[in-house]
Design a protein around this ligand. Sequence first.
Ligand code: HEC
Length: 150
Amino acid sequence: MSEMLTKSAARNIFYGGSAFFFAIFVGLVAHTHGYILSTSTDAKGLTDSVARGKHVWEKHACINCHTLIGEGAYYAPEVGNVMIRYGADTDPKGAAEALKAWMKAQPSGIPGRRQMPQFNLSEKELDDLAAFLEWTSRIKTNNWPPNKAG
Ligand code: HEC
């Protein structure tokens, strides 16, 4: 009776398979770090204002109601692309003004509509927040969310 699979053949398949998939793993890690991470976010546009805006976002826990690129709570609209909704791709200044006007006008008090608190942010905080949300709107997300409304 001939052996179908010798011990040494089994061992070679085990070591060869391990080496092969380890090589694929290393390749994918390199691809993620060398290509995806370095091109998906706009590193040059990451200004101090954007960083401060992120702190405004975190300090006031906007994520407790909103999602930012899908992460967060589902009480209020997605805001990762809110600046696109406000027209930032053609008029970034106008979009920043729209965001600031929105922030100042809350809560709307309209019956039957979900309400957003008033955060009494300073002009500087509002400018930084606009810079941060404008920056998030430029993150390459493989076209997610699929529509402008988020
Ligand atoms: C208590 C929940 C809550 C918190 C906290 C909250 N929001 Fe909101 N937000 C809402 C709701 C509800 C709406 C939708 C209101 C409406 O449509 O009338 C909204 C709408 C918005 C919009 C408009 C979205 C659009 O599509 O036009 C922006 C921008 C926004 N919020 C930004 C923020 C920021 C920035 C913070 C943190 C400083 C924040 N929100 C914190 C509840 C919240």
